[in-house]
Design a binder for this molecule. Structure first.
Ligand code: TYD
Length: 138
């Protein structure tokens, strides 16, 4: 299920260089309310380690590379973001961890809502409990 989250963005290329457009509800699967980016990252330190109750996000490396682990509570998948054309959709209730940042990594994230700490699940046991509750409810 989580492998469907990789989105290959169209590169518009000519002899002047390359261009990629990000458009809400077209190649970005939601309305964009927030954009944030991470840079000057510590190669030794992984980030993330949380899921969101409602937030949907799309992540891509504008420069450099990193790897992202996605976990839906049943299975985990590893994704290498090694080109700006490789985007990763992170749905709500997906535990994610970003690591192996190259020195020049610039990670940009589009989100469908504003920052809200109460939307975070930062405890993995709580995440697994909520996943199993929602699969019972289904
Ligand atoms: P966090 O989401 O925990 O970072 P990561 O997932 O990369 O490990 O955010 C780090 C800090 O930045 C935390 O104190 C919340 C704050 N923050 C904002 O204020 N606004 C934002 O849009 C984001 C994403 C984080």
């Amino acid at each position: 299920m989580i492998n469907r989250n990789q989105i290959e963005l169209k590169i518009i290329q000519d002899d002047r260089g390359k261009l990629i457009a990000l458009e809400a509800l077209k190649n970005v699967p939601f309305e964009i309310k927030r954009v944030y980016f991470l840079y000057d990252l510590n190669e030794e330190k992984a980030r993330g380690f949380h899921a969101h109750k409602e937030l949907e996000q799309m992540m891509l490396c504008l420069n450099g590379s990193c790897s992202v682990v996605l976990d839906d509570g049943k299975s985990k998948s590893l994704h290498l973001l090694s080109a700006p054309s490789k985007a990763l959709f992170i749905n709500k209730m997906i535990w994610h961890e970003m690591r192996d940042f190259s020195k020049d990594c610039i990670l940009i994230v589009l989100a469908n809502d504003f920052y809200d700490e109460s939307d975070y699940i930062r405890n993995y046991e709580e995440f697994l409990t909520r996943c199993s509750q929602s699969s019972i409810d289904d």
